[in-house]
Design a protein around this ligand. Structure first.
Ligand SMILES: [Zn+2]
Length: 214
């Protein structure tokens, strides 16, 4: 199987898996992945996440212009900003996952580090997650806001919208997205219960042991 065929199939498998587990709904969420020649596959606009056909996935050139397949998601500029500012980016996943969106709307959420340190796994996989402002759907300003971070963050949370996570490949990006959403879920489930978070010493030990950008 060629690299591009395998990647098309992986994107469809992951999209359906995330849908089946309630991480996104049929009409929202998008996934992109970069091929070794620098071109990019991205999920098409207006297609259901659980019924993606590998042949419909949009194939874009290195400047994110359509080469073949259906028209790409309107959120392509958001994906492009990660590829442009983080050289190790092999894939980007964006969802409208419920608990992360909830966290984005709460006044006590720290905009520089939205997830409380409840478990080590999100720290290991995504580092600090930055809260970005609300943008209208499809606004290229979302990409500009990501570029404004100068490649320092692998994950952001768009206010009243959802998280965006970059990873070295499509599996790493999907796994990191799941950890982000699970920690947001834990934060919501334990809200008002006075949970014991990791100490700052624990956080720093995780950062050091797993060489996290922090
Ligand atoms: Zn979105």
């Amino acid at each position: 199987m060629t690299e591009i065929s395998k990647l098309r199939e992986d994107i469809c498998v992951l999209a359906k898996s995330m849908l089946d587990r309630g991480l996104t709904c049929e009409s929202s969420g998008n996934i992109s992945a970069r091929l070794s020649d620098g071109t990019v596959l991205v999920t098409p606009t207006g297609r259901a996440m659980g019924f993606l056909d590998p042949a419909q996935i949009s194939h874009l050139d290195q400047n994110f212009k359509l080469l073949s397949g259906d028209p790409p998601t309107k959120e392509t500029p958001l994906h492009a900003a990660f590829y442009e500012t983080r050289s190790g980016t092999g894939a980007v996943v964006h969802l409208h996952s419920t608990y992360s969106v909830t966290l984005s709307m709460l006044p006590e959420t720290d905009p520089d580090n939205v997830l409380p340190p409840l478990t080590p796994y999100t720290i290991m996989r995504v580092g600090k997650v930055k809260l970005l402002p609300f943008f209208l759907p499809g606004d290229p300003g979302m990409g500009d806001a990501v570029r404004g971070l100068a490649g320092k963050r692998s994950a952001v949370l768009l206010a009243n919208h959802g998280p965006v996570v970059a990873g070295k490949d499509v599996w790493a990006a999907a796994f990191a997205m799941e950890e982000l959403e699970e920690t947001a879920k834990l934060a919501m489930l334990t809200r008002g219960m006075n949970p014991t978070p990791l100490t700052e010493a624990h956080v720093q030990a995780v950062v050091k042991k797993f060489d996290v950008d922090w």
